[in-house]
Design a binder for this molecule. Structure first.
Ligand SMILES: *[C@@H]1O[C@H](CO)[C@@H](O)[C@H](O)[C@H]1NC(C)=O
Ligand SMILES: *[C@@H]1O[C@H](CO)[C@@H](O)[C@H](O)[C@H]1NC(C)=O
Ligand SMILES: *[C@@H]1O[C@H](CO)[C@@H](O)[C@H](O)[C@H]1NC(C)=O
Ligand SMILES: *[C@@H]1O[C@H](CO)[C@@H](O)[C@H](O)[C@H]1NC(C)=O
Length: 953
């Protein structure tokens, strides 16, 4: 068959153009939403900046500035202002410039006198001192030790603390390195300043025995100032324990809560000499890593107190084998030099990960809403049936969302950078770009995927927001603590990051960490070279996102196609599954012998007119060219029975052939199979067997071509509330390959036709239309672009009589060079518009023909109606039977009766005469004689078929 020029589907670019223009208008219209979307990040950014400024003003107070003092540096009598570490309080030290950090003796962590381990009533740990020593602050510090060779361990322990004269302290670093110095003040993260010398706590020298009054003061010189440091002797008490588990047990008793009596019993340090011997030195050291000063809010303990404990035990071993003179001197510890920094705390980086996650994900519900809206209102299918292919729809929607998302994220980054958020400014912009860009791509794919599972905008939105906020909090509390816990297996992190919300969170978290420390150190944030950091999860995240995008894109596309192909009535994932199963079942049915048909003998006799139609179809199927616009060849639809019910035969083999220029009316009671038939004809559902040809093209295989010359006016209006009537027509006109002047003309014309042109109605939003206006617009849409085949499902429901007449004229005009199939419940409409009518009952055609023929065939009688007082009903019946012996009473209600009088038995004149006579005999209140109407035909056919069915079953 010859596809004329009209049958060529619109090219990809034409479709894309139409869709793009529609989307742009849509975007313009939804200004409110757009503004809201843009305002959200602005508000968040501004909020962050405000909080940040508050923190900054706090941090810029003198309390946190490098301490200054007036010092006479060059000895000329007048002092100069010098800002340096030695004039600083510990709070201020962090911001000083320190080109050559001071050297500090390495100290042991000594428990405070009131916490040192003593004997208690309940515990039976051997060797601990009496409790009374706490009163005089003279408790020894306990060192626990164990090992496989007890005699060796004892000898080593005896060497731990040796008494050396502490007379010459003029070079205190050297002197202290020969002794075992300790402190009970807590160490800090950095060693720019050793708190031991600043908190007025004594420096302890640990010795085997202390002589009374052994305390003294030594001068400590730091740059230009000299501190007088108290030095006290404290006794070191090594205690043997049989095994490491005993040590553990004892240490644990002193932990946190204190022992049974509520006393804190702290041990200085504990050693396990393991299998050490002459040639090997193996030792485990227990130290208290939770030791910190609770009153200093940021004092995360450093580990600077550990090295000395190792030095002590190593010296003990050396001295045991090499004699008292052999020693390793541990002279000092010293921090790396540093530049002056402004103490800063980038709040935006800390909160950023969570905040920006929400900001970026905010687009997800927006995209989802858009997609689900078109689905919920069946617009997607509507567009498809008017020639929009799946591929252009995808490409354009995808590109549109991508542009939207990119613009949004760009806006966020630029705005954030402009108002000075470190999160954006410090991290490399190219990393940020790659990360955001890959993520928004993934997000769009996710939205497409999610959209197939929702059929209601509200539900979709609710679930999307729950997802965003839920994963946000889970990221903030759960994921983040897993990331920070370095012992948490990395592979489980990666498993968690498979969830896109978590991978987004992780990426943002890494950016925030880098910008935070970059800001703190006064350097930069994340660079490409940082991706190879073992702790940096960004690389994994990027890989995960890209892989997911690659995998999910085709999956989403495939599921979407599957879903969009299924019938109009569809409700989410379950039905997709059902559809899948249904198709499987159908294939199964196809293969298995048709038990249902072969088992049952065909008693249903087809009516001659239906048989004739079937012959026409069969005949034209054999021809290579046909003049018929639509041919349905023995269409059947079987829905497999559920829950053990019998299969449902919705359509039982219908054949139809429609000429161009013909309007065919499809009538039938509700549930007769009209919708199934129409859906098969427009390719929405697949027939179980049989086929439909439009202009000679198979609807199953040449859908795109067929759709470009097809118009559909669905039963429910499928329109965008945000677009005007005119924009609808422009959009569908473009899909139908119209452009330029022709398009404008066609649109104006069809607006005039359906009476929407004047009074500015065409430029009003469809959301403001009345039901009738929407109906007329739907009809106009189905007719635009000169389609060769038009399906109208109850086009005039809900119209006032004037509009309806108007519409009828439009359809009458329109049918001149096209085939129209129309379903309706209005017999008046069917008679007025249709050249031929077919009545379907229970899935098969009962009759087919033009209205007159049908009336003649099924009518063939007049209907006499007469109303009399109730007591005279009998007289009326006698009258009717006198007129025609075969008169049949069809209706009877309190005095009003209706009779069918076969036409061949009565003449109208006789009836009038008889009634006039009767009026003399009894009181006739009202009477009428009517020819059969289509309505009578319809009722008769519907009833007849019903009774035959009852008889069969
Ligand atoms: C324990 O160590 C001593 C050296 O101090 C050694 O003489 C002795 O053989 C060791 N004992 C065992 C059982 O290895
Ligand atoms: C103390 O030690 C220093 C060097 O460490 C030395 O110069 C000084 O003479 C010593 N003083 C005494 C009293 O031994
Ligand atoms: C803890 O810090 C406060 C000052 O912040 C200080 O007074 C106190 O001595 C410190 N305690 C220890 C054990 O270092
Ligand atoms: C470790 O230090 C903390 C904080 O000072 C203290 O509460 C705890 O008891 C110590 N643990 C042991 C085993 O001494």
């Amino acid at each position: 068959m010859d596809p004329s020029g009209q049958l060529m589907p619109a090219s990809f670019w034409t479709q894309a153009n139409a869709l793009l223009r529609k989307n742009i208008i849509f975007q313009k219209r939804s200004r409110k939403i757009s503004i809201r979307i843009v305002i959200f990040p602005i508000v968040l950014c501004v909020l962050l900046v405000v909080i940040q400024n508050l923190i900054n003003t706090e941090l810029r107070k003198d309390k946190y500035k490098c301490g200054c003092s007036c010092v006479d540096k060059n000895g000329d009598g007048s002092c100069e202002n010098v800002c340096a570490i030695q004039y600083s309080t510990p709070d201020q030290v962090d911001s000083c410039q320190i080109p050559s950090p001071p050297e500090w003796p390495a100290l042991l962590q000594v428990p405070r006198p009131e916490h040192r381990a003593v004997k208690t009533g309940s515990d039976t740990f051997v060797g601990l001192p009496e409790k009374s020593c706490r009163d005089s602050d003279s408790c020894p510090v306990t060192v626990l030790f164990t090992g496989q060779n007890e005699s060796l361990a004892n000898k080593l322990a005896a060497n731990l603390f040796t008494s050396i004269a502490t007379s010459n302290l003029s070079d205190y670093l050297i002197a202290l390195s020969e002794l075992i110095p300790g402190t009970d003040s807590v160490d800090r993260e950095t060693q720019f300043i050793e708190p031991a010398f600043f908190y007025e706590r004594p420096l302890y020298i640990i010795q085997p025995q202390c002589s009374p009054n052994s305390s003294l003061k030594i001068p400590i010189e730091i740059d230009t100032i000299t501190l007088q440091q108290d030095v006290e002797c404290v006794q070191g008490l090594p205690l043997w324990r049989r095994s490491s588990s005993e040590v553990n047990d004892e240490l644990f008793k002193g932990y946190r809560k204190g022992n049974a009596e509520g006393m804190i019993n702290e041990v200085m340090v504990a050693y396990d000499f393991l299998n050490s011997n002459d040639g090997n030195f193996h030792v485990n050291v227990w130290y208290n890593s939770t030791y910190k000063n609770a009153s200093v809010w940021d004092s995360t303990p450093g580990l600077t107190r550990v090295p000395r404990s190792i030095n002590v035990v190593s010296n003990a071993y050396l001295q045991f084998f090499k004699g008292g003179g052999v020693k390793m001197l541990f002279e000092f510890v010293k921090e790396m030099p540093k530049v002056a920094t402004q103490l800063s705390f980038d709040f935006s980086s800390l909160l950023g990960a969570l905040f920006f996650k929400w900001v970026i994900e905010l687009l997800f519900p927006v995209i989802l809403t858009y997609l689900v809206y078109e689905k919920q209102h069946k617009l997607r299918i509507m567009m498809k049936m008017h020639g929009l292919g799946d591929f252009p729809y995808w490409v354009i929607s995808y590109a549109y969302f991508l542009v939207l998302s990119t613009a949004y994220v760009l806006f966020l980054v630029i705005f954030g950078s402009l108002i000075g958020l470190k999160f954006f400014k410090l991290n490399d912009y190219s990393i940020q770009f790659v990360f955001y860009f890959t993520y928004i791509n993934l997000q769009i794919v996710l939205a497409f995927l999610a959209a197939t599972f929702f059929s209601d905008v509200k539900t979709a939105q609710a679930i999307a927001y729950i997802y965003i906020f839920g994963t946000g909090f889970m990221g903030g509390y759960l994921l983040q603590s897993f990331i920070q816990d370095t012992s948490f297996p990395k592979k489980w992190l990666i498993v968690m990051e498979i969830l896109p919300a978590f991978s987004l969170y992780r990426g943002l978290y890494e950016l925030s960490q880098y910008s935070f420390s970059g800001d703190y150190m006064g350097t930069h944030g994340m660079r490409w070279s940082d991706l190879s950091d073992s702790l940096n999860g960004m690389k994994d995240v990027l890989i995960i996102i890209v892989i997911e995008w690659f995998v999910l894109l085709p999956v989403a596309y495939y599921i979407d196609r599957l879903a969009s192909r299924s019938s109009i009535i569809r409700k989410g994932p379950v039905s997709i599954l059902q559809r899948f199963l249904t198709e499987k079942m159908q294939n199964y049915h196809k293969r298995s012998p048709r038990r249902s048909e072969s088992g049952k003998v065909f008693i249903e006799m087809e009516k001659p007119d239906v048989v004739r139609e079937r012959e026409v179809v069969e005949h034209s199927m054999l021809e290579s060219r046909t003049s018929h616009a639509i041919i349905c060849d023995n269409l059947k639809k079987v829905y497999p029975g559920k829950d053990g019910n019998k299969d449902k035969f919705a359509v039982k083999g219908i054949s139809l052939a429609l000429q161009s220029g013909e309007c065919f009316g499809l009538l039938g009671p509700n549930g007769a199979g009209k919708t199934s038939l129409i859906n098969m004809m427009i390719g929405l559902i697949k027939p179980t067997s049989g086929n439909t040809f439009v202009q000679g093209l198979d609807i199953q295989t040449d859908k795109d071509k067929v759709y470009s010359s097809m118009g559909v006016c669905p039963q429910n209006d499928m329109l965008w509330e945000m677009l005007t009537g005119k924009e609808h027509l422009l959009f569908y006109g473009r899909l139908k390959n119209l452009n330029g002047e022709t398009l404008v003309q066609a649109v104006d014309e069809s607006l005039k036709n359906v009476n929407l042109f004047y009074g500015g109605i065409a430029d009003k939003l469809v959301g403001k239309y009345s039901g009738g206006m929407k109906r007329r617009l739907s009809v106009a849409i189905s007719l635009i672009g000169d389609p060769k085949v038009v399906y109208m499902d109850e086009p005039s429901t809900g119209l006032d009589p004037a509009s309806r007449n108007n519409l009828w004229n439009v359809v009458k005009q329109a049918k001149q060079n096209r085939a129209i199939i129309l379903t309706t419940h209005s017999m008046e409409e069917a008679e007025f518009l249709c050249d031929r009518l077919g009545i379907i009952v229970d899935g098969s055609l009962q009759c087919i023909g033009n209205p007159k023929e049908l009336k003649a065939r099924f009518g063939g009688y007049y209907v006499l109606t007469m109303t009399t007082p109730a007591n005279e009903e009998q007289e009326v019946e006698t009258l009717a039977h006198k007129l025609s012996p075969n008169a049949k009473k069809i209706y009877h209600v309190s005095g009003t009766q209706k009779f069918e009088l076969p036409k061949q038995e009565v003449r109208i004149a006789d009836v009038f005469l008889a009634v006039n006579e009767a009026k003399n005999k009894f009181s006739v209140q009202a009477w009428a004689l009517a020819d059969t109407t289509m309505e009578d035909v319809f009722i008769k056919v519907a009833k007849g078929a019903g009774s035959m069915l009852e008889f069969l079953s």
